[in-house]
Design a protein around this ligand. Structure first.
Ligand code: RDL
Ligand code: RDL
Ligand code: RDL
Length: 154
């Protein structure tokens, strides 16, 4: 059975990990290993450990960069670390970040965090089980959370 890793953070203000696990379970039976770390800068090594020590074939790294300038710097550093962990392990780590200032209020932020987690969970399922489904969506302006923007017309 394929193993999917889920890492999320206690810093985030919505339980994105649970949304991702719930979504994956609706589509496939895979073994899911979930861990939670304090913040986004802890995601790269946690993801790498899931791949190298627990045999995960793909990992979702979910987190919420805060709205302050230092949080955006932190998000860039975390992102760079996640990319480095992917290159070191030759394995996808799907980064699911929702910036705290992407929602106009708490309700919209919660909506976005849940829906981006669920939509990327479906990307993870497709990457692992049906990569040809993503090829069919090439160039279609997919977004996660809010509405898709679509292909160019003209
Ligand atoms: O290793 C412990 C912490 O340094 C680590 O958990 C950081 O990711 C925590 N953190 C910050 O220090 C910060 O300035 C976070 C943010 N901003 C942030 O915006 N989002 C986080 N963590 O998830
Ligand atoms: O690993 C899953 C996603 O994090 C990854 O696919 C990102 O490349 C998606 N992405 C962003 O998160 C973003 O903030 C993209 C953009 N901006 C962008 O401008 N163009 C993209 N992806 O192709
Ligand atoms: O153009 C509006 C948004 O698409 C843009 O602000 C994106 O950068 C928002 N975004 C992130 O900031 C991010 O860290 C997105 C993702 N991750 C993502 O994974 N998928 C998105 N947007 O559609």
């Amino acid at each position: 059975m394929k193993i999917i890793g889920i890492v999320d953070t206690t810093f985030a203000r919505f339980d994105m990990g649970s949304a991702a696990v719930d979504e994956i379970k609706q589509y496939v039976s895979a073994r899911i290993i979930r861990i939670t770390v304090p913040g986004i800068k802890d995601l790269p090594v946690a993801s790498k450990k899931l791949i190298e020590e627990q045999g995960c074939e793909i990992v979702m790294a979910l987190g919420m960069p805060g709205a302050a300038e230092k949080d955006k710097m932190c998000a860039h550093e975390a992102s760079t670390g996640i990319i480095q962990a992917q290159l070191m392990t030759n394995t996808h780590i799907i980064e699911v970040f929702v910036h705290e200032d992407e929602g106009k209020d708490e309700k919209e932020l919660a909506f976005l965090m849940e829906n981006r987690a669920r939509e990327h969970a479906r990307n993870v399922v497709d990457l692992l089980f049906k990569p040809e489904k993503l090829v069919k969506q090439a160039g279609t302006g997919q977004r996660q959370g809010f509405e898709d923007v679509g292909s160019l017309r003209g």
